[in-house]
Design a protein around this ligand. Structure first.
Ligand code: C2E
Ligand code: CA
Ligand code: CA
Ligand code: CA
Length: 279
């Protein structure tokens, strides 16, 4: 058995249950929750502020627990990663989102790209590509509308195998995004060599905008660099008008954040897709 200290794993915020703090018990709960279908996709719009329309949706997992209510991913994704349950969780989220996405398409609703978060653990799993291929086949969701968001943490393990996986995903028509860009390596140069389509500038940069000159300069540099090598850029964590104005001014038109809306259940999406006033 792994030797871990008492406090090496903590679920913040859930103290009422007698199992709180007991990792194994929580793993069992999470496994059951997956079996019971309590892990659901929520959707947050990514908007094209030039046209004012919905450009895509980021899919964000929520645990709808009958006993604890809505549990946020910060409280169960690390547990899922640590226990290996992330593979099953990821596949379930992917399958649910693609099923929903295919239904929206069948209704003639334009929702753009579906962006799914993929953990490094998942990408490094041998069966990952086959799983994605199978889910697309079974749900009928077009590969061209699927975008996989990967954090910079994927580079910790074997660069070549990562590049190989990303290349194969893109050959299937799937798009690849680097999530939380600028938080780990903060290197612009390495971008040129990566088989990716898009970067998402991390929210932490937005927290300093427009106040900090240095952050503003870094974000402008990221924009210039990304654009010059043909990468799309999404700004995430946009909460106010001055952040929006700054990003638009820097040439970033794809915007995600509370300014336009929080992640919501699937039922809220059709209304977003019918609007064209997100500017
Ligand atoms: P992330 O991928 O960076 O997702 C963006 C997070 O920022 C989401 O938190 C979203 O609700 C939040 N957010 C969006 N706009 C704003 C804003 O304007 N202000 C603020 N303060 N926050 C904003 P959420 O949903 O709690 O997800 C947290 C993290 O959990 C995600 O960060 C992602 O790393 C992970 N995660 C969520 N769902 C999944 C999943 O299905 N699979 C995997 N592997 N990870 C997931
Ligand atoms: Ca993400
Ligand atoms: Ca992010
Ligand atoms: Ca993040």
């Amino acid at each position: 058995a792994k030797n871990e200290g008492k406090n090496s794993y903590r679920l913040v915020g859930i103290q009422t249950h007698e199992m709180a703090g007991d990792r194994l018990a929580w793993q069992t709960r999470l496994r059951r929750a997956l079996e019971q279908g309590e892990i659901l996709p929520y959707y947050q719009g990514i908007f094209d502020t030039e046209y004012g329309t919905l450009a895509g949706l980021e899919v964000l997992a929520r645990w709808q627990s009958p006993t604890d209510g809505l549990i946020m991913p910060g409280q169960f994704i690390p547990l899922a990663e640590e226990s290996g349950l992330i593979k099953r969780l990821g596949e379930q989220i992917l399958r649910q989102a693609c099923t929903q996405g295919a239904a929206w398409l069948a209704e003639g609703l334009e929702v753009g790209l579906l962006s799914i978060n993929v953990s490094a653990h998942q990408l490094h799993d041998k069966g990952f590509l086959e799983t994605v291929e199978r889910v697309l086949e079974q749900t009928g969701f077009p590969a061209e509308r699927l975008d996989l968001e990967l954090s910079e943490a994927i580079w910790v393990e074997g660069r070549e195998s990562v590049i190989d996986s990303l290349t194969r995903l893109r050959a299937m028509g799937i798009r690849v995004s680097i999530d939380d860009f600028g938080t780990k390596y903060a290197s612009l140069a390495y971008l040129r060599h990566l088989p990716v389509d898009r970067i998402k500038i991390d929210k932490s940069f937005m927290d300093d905008i427009p106040g900090s000159d240095i952050t503003s300069a870094i974000v402008s540099a990221i924009m210039t660099m990304a654009t010059s090598i043909g990468l799309e850029v999404v700004a995430e964590g946009i909460e106010n008008q001055s952040q929006l104005d700054f990003m638009n001014g820097a040439g970033c038109r794809l915007i995600q954040g509370y300014l336009y809306g929080r992640p919501q259940a699937a039922e809220a999406v059709p209304a977003l897709s019918r609007r064209a006033d997100f500017r």
